[in-house]
Design a protein around this ligand. Structure first.
Ligand code: PGA
Length: 258
């Protein structure tokens, strides 16, 4: 059985103008129409998300995502965006625990609360985890394991099947394809992540959790990472800001044999 593939465009704090965001959005949505077994998810800034959102996106090959969400659904929280607000405007996915947010103070505990809050309203959380660096002694595996344990603390077993994990090693983010993880390392790490999930949530949930890779995915390394990396898609940063490049990544993922 072929698994559903997912490619997420994390636009971060780009582009500067709404007009550019609209143009890129239109290109990606059009490219997504040709996909057969892949969902392309575009995550603009909150501001642009509001302007680009449509309540119902036709089909299953294109969806809207947010780059973050608040962990409470109601109350007086200045500057915050709730899961229900996202859901209401047609957002289906939300990135949670991105390393750039963790770097400015987001804790594992908050990540867990955000996952729980997103799941409650029916959003699909895309949970980012990944080590800062690789050491010879395998300390990075302990780091991944502990991040998974703490970030999923209290997430109900019954809902965990709706979560996506994005493995994003910090040392590979924001570089070029040559600095990305190799397919072999990715495959080993994806397997390790699944094992940890099995120990936390049981065999069925552990083995079926979709694992994505993020960190300098470009049109030049996407095919090899898909073929041998043991993942069902990517979380793409800088390469998602160019319509043609991102379109190529979508085609590669859609046609890969996995
Ligand atoms: P990058 O970003 O593709 O630019 O490395 C990935 C990410 O931070 O999600």
């Amino acid at each position: 059985m072929s698994k559903r593939r997912i490619v997420i465009a994390n636009w971060k704090m780009n582009p500067e103008r709404l007009k550019e965001a609209r143009a890129l959005f239109t290109v990606v949505r059009k490219k997504a129409q040709a996909l057969r077994r892949t969902t392309a998810v575009v995550c603009p800034s909150f501001l642009h998300l509001g302007a680009l959102a449509r309540k119902r996106e036709a089909g299953n090959t294109f969806a809207l995502g947010a780059q973050d969400v608040f962990f409470e659904d109601q109350g007086s929280h200045t500057g915050a965006i709730s899961p229900s607000m996202l859901k209401d405007i047609g957002v289906r996915f939300v990135i949670v625990g991105h390393s750039e947010r963790r770097a400015i103070g987001e804790s594992d505990e908050q990540v867990a609360q955000k996952i729980i809050a997103a799941l409650k309203v029916g959003l699909t959380p895309v949970v980012c985890i990944g080590e800062k660096e690789r050491d010879q002694q395998g300390g990075f595996l302990r780091a991944i394991e502990s991040q998974l344990h703490l970030s999923f603390l209290g997430v109900p077993r019954a809902r965990v099947a709706r979560v996506i994990v994005a493995y994003e090693p910090l040392w590979a983010i924001g570089k070029t394809a040559t600095a990305a993880v190799t397919p072999e390392i990715l495959q080993e790490t994806a397997l390790f992540i699944r094992k940890v999930f099995v120990s936390m949530f049981g065999k069925a949930a552990g083995f079926s959790i979709p694992v994505l890779y993020g960190g300098s995915v470009e049109d030049t390394n996407a095919a090899a990472l898909m073929k041998d990396g043991g993942v069902v898609g990517f979380l793409v940063g800088h390469a998602s800001l160019d319509g043609a490049t991102f379109g190529h990544i979508l085609t590669v993922v859609d046609s890969a044999r996995i």
